[in-house]
Design a protein. Structure first.
Length: 418
């Protein structure tokens, strides 16, 4: 009797087990990858992660999970998010299809979303996939707003040598935290016909940090408006909005040299997707229509034996008017004497005076070197300095107080022992 009872209990247990429903695999979103790398997860939804996507048009990614590929693309796929957001399923792949391309035996759907590029702040959003049994699987997202950014004229290396053939004896100045560039042109720039290749300046964009982004959007080239007619802009490569870059500004040399009045331009730099992200720079160009030296004085020869003549060539930035006086001197006056009547020389006088030929832009001041104590040395050449100022120190003593700028020039000559 006992054995019969035990057999009955065992049979009942088996029937109970058979009657239990079979467990099924969980269906729904598991993780997200980019569309170019199906094995690298950018967000694991099963761990509670939220997919972070940059705002903007046509951002694509691939959503993975059991039965995700069975979602009806028109009636089984929905989204919620900022106004103006759209989302579509571009394509679906089955587990066997993904397995064949080395991505694992999991279904997937490629999704394309477009969100407002002008989003002012990060916003929550979600995508929902209807599973075969009717339940919804949700993909939570954060739409990341494009970063604000700052722009500055690149100060590194921005010296007169950057625009040496434009600025010459003028100057470059950076103001207002490097957002305002002042180019002071040299006197006589309108008459300058020299070839010029040093005509490029740069701007650096620096985006604010927006933290981690799982899926990035299209790269951008900044829009630049407000340029003066003599400047063009280019960006070598498109970049992601969260990555800084350099913009190149090329100056038309003839155009800037032709200026007859000051020109101040407000240049606006705009993110082409997030058009509410803008920055401005100021470019100010100040012409100088007065007289000045067009280049540094030169000596010919630069080294010679005592007793030989030396020509110092000086060039004005504009043709000399009547009675244009140039004040000049040799700093070791006793080592030189007069060589030509057009350049009178008195070694006992502190300064010499040269009448620049009217209508000319180039002239030669010739002197003759002489032997004497301090003029030469048997051990090494002795260097002597030629200095010149535009103006007459006899009527304006302040002329010779200038030591830099367009009204002053200098050069050296070496005398050898003979």
């Amino acid at each position: 009797m006992i054995k019969v009872i035990e057999r009955a209990r065992s049979a009942a247990a088996v029937l109970a087990i058979v009657a239990l429903p079979l467990a099924r695999a969980e269906a729904g979103v598991e993780y997200v990858t980019s569309t170019s790398n199906c094995t690298s997860k950018v967000a694991d939804i099963t761990t509670g992660a939220t997919l972070e996507v940059i705002a903007g048009p046509n951002v694509t990614f691939e959503v993975w999970g059991n039965s995700v590929d069975l979602t009806n693309t028109s009636s089984g796929f929905t989204f919620a998010g900022p106004g103006g957001m759209t989302a579509t399923i571009v394509s679906e792949r089955s587990g066997p299809s993904n397995f064949a391309r080395g991505c694992g035996n999991v279904g997937s759907a490629v999704v394309r979303i477009s969100t407002p590029g002008t989003l002012a702040a990060d916003a929550g959003a979600s995508l929902s996939f209807k599973m075969p049994l009717g339940d919804l699987s949700r993909l939570p997202m954060t739409i990341k707003a494009h970063p604000t950014f700052t722009t500055t004229w690149t100060s590194a290396g921005l010296t007169t040598s950057s625009l040496s053939c434009i600025v010459k004896t003028g100057s470059l100045s950076l103001l207002n935290q490097d957002s305002h560039l002042v180019i002071q042109l040299p006197p006589g720039h309108q008459q300058d016909q020299t070839t010029c290749n040093s005509n490029v300046i740069t701007v650096r964009t620096t985006p604010a940090s927006i933290g981690h982004v799982d899926v990035v959007g299209p790269t951008i080239r900044y829009n630049v408006t407000g340029l003066p007619s003599f400047v063009t802009e280019s960006q070598a490569t498109a970049v992601l909005p969260q990555v800084g870059t350099q913009l190149t500004f090329t100056i038309d040399v003839a155009g800037i040299r032709a200026l007859t009045a000051a020109r101040t331009s407000t240049i606006t730099i705009t993110d082409p997707i997030a058009t509410n992200r803008t920055e401005t720079l100021t470019l100010e160009v100040r012409p100088d229509l007065g007289q000045g030296f067009a280049s540094v004085a030169t000596a010919n020869p630069t080294s010679t034996a005592a007793g030989n003549p030396i020509d110092f060539t000086i060039r004005l930035s504009a043709a000399a008017g009547p009675n244009q006086i140039v004040t000049w001197r040799m700093t070791t006056a006793s080592c030189f004497t007069q060589a030509i009547t057009t350049a009178p020389y008195n070694a006992a006088a502190p300064f010499q005076f040269f009448l620049f030929p009217q209508g000319q832009t180039s002239a030669i001041i010739r002197v003759r070197s002489v032997k004497g104590t301090g003029c030469t040395n048997v051990l090494a050449p002795v260097t002597h300095i030629f200095e010149a100022w535009i103006g007459d120190a006899r009527t304006n003593a302040q002329v010779t107080a200038v030591s830099t700028g367009p009204l002053y020039t200098r050069t050296n000559v070496s005398l050898l022992f003979q």
